[in-house]
Design a protein around this ligand. Sequence first.
Ligand code: ARG
Length: 462
Amino acid sequence: MSKKIASARISEKSSQLLQDLNNSLPFDKVLYREDITGSLAHAYMLSEQGIISQEDYAQIVSGLNEILEEIESGLFTLDGDDEDIHMAIEGRLTEKVGDAGKRLHTARSRNDQVALDFRLYVQNNTRVIAELLLENIRTLLKVAEENAETMLPGMTHLQHAQPINFGYHMMAYSSMFKRDYERFMSSYKRNNYSPIGCAALAGTPHNISRRITSDKLGFTAPTLNCLDTVSDRDFALEILFNISTMMMHMSRLSEELILWSAAEFKWVTLSDRHATGSSIMPQKKNPDIPELLRGKTGRVNGNLVALLTVMKGLPLAYNKDMQEDKEGVFDSVRTAILSLQVLQEMIAYMTVNKEAMERACMIGHLSATDLADYLVKEQGLPFRDAYHITGNVVNLAEKKGVDISELSLEDLQSIDERIGEGVVVLLDNRASMNARQSEGGTATVRTLEQVERLKDWLSQQK
Ligand code: ARG
């Protein structure tokens, strides 16, 4: 639909192969909204500064708005042979409004234009992702609150260690997602500076106002140095890193959900809407969703490393290598948004099998540390001695085929007479969990306190 904008230096038509390699329109068409928003702000500034006339400005505005409608209604399909989204839209504008369209690129280069479009895209999607993180935290808090008394074996080395509660476990992930949210928001703040008006690399002799475009677009201020601005992709690297870290957290949670849905655990049941069957084994219900979330972490990490590698060694300022910045970011953003939506739904719909979790607490002598702590606190033994006595008690329990919490006082005293009557109560798993009342600990009261603190924090966001 649009006529190609001729280059002044190139006389021959480009070879098809060059176009295949060079054209970014097939993927940067995603940026059409940002490109039009940026052009509207740039044109406004040009007219405010008297660089273009009011009439030209009015034509540019109506032309750009029409193009937006044409794209959204599918009339203008952005699949021509224009080099990129900037050329496609400018070409279409010139077809529509003639000379006014040709004046739009005054005091602008595609270098600051793409830096602006891409930054707007990153900033907008940072907010979308941050909002979804808050949604996920809300969901986790609900599960945590409902399960502050649901005991399960806390693990280290994937071995039963000490009794904790499932709410506490969910609060660990809530804490990770809170940090992720804060990381996205601090990137948002750090990168909220306007690139437009930097032109090719050195600024422009036109009497522009970068403050006007910056304000119009909702940035904090214009960037400091134009040479840096047209060659900087830190903002894109930050969203990639933030997504990778968030997906790494999501992947750990997914891994646990996969384990917990296995027959050996059966601690949670994923809803049928989040499980799939096998094509050959009729009895199977597979946790494909958490597996995919775990797997997608690999691809977002790849996108981060790819852009880091593209950027290393580039001389200032813009180089065409930098056109490789976009596809990975688009892919990671799409992946992050979809993954967060799916995770939230999956957690909201999963069933927590409280009995199975609590049954598992009877394996592994989870309260053994409490016996050692008792011998230190009540009998004044050095911790190392208490540790050895407790080891002997555990051996006795193993020999009898019971859990340490099931030993009688006689059994316990047969190992060491200093073990007094109160110990039997202490070795109960729930008592053991609730004894861990130190700040940030697993006791039900402490877990609920953590829930409250995150709720307070949530209410302060935005
Ligand atoms: N499509 C290009 C990109 O994505 C736009 C900037 C082109 N600038 C240039 N000087 N060739 O990076």
